[in-house]
Write a protein of this length. Sequence first.
Length: 81
Amino acid sequence: MKKAMDRVVDTVDIETYLLCKNESEGKRLALQLGEDLNLGTVDIMFQEFDGYGIRVRLRKYIHKPGKHYAWLKPEEYSDKG
């Protein structure tokens, strides 16, 4: 494994502000952002529309509790390679 994403232990959180007409457009854009960033389906943890746009916090679970943890294979994380 050579990518930093392979070393994420639990989640990736993104917080940003998106310009939009209303809350539903903002929610759609937030979900699309997850796809655009190649994260796939993301969860919206927080959203707040203020009339101009929406502040959102997105979360992508890379490893959910109890799932296979790639970092438990030490040979894949050695500095040799």
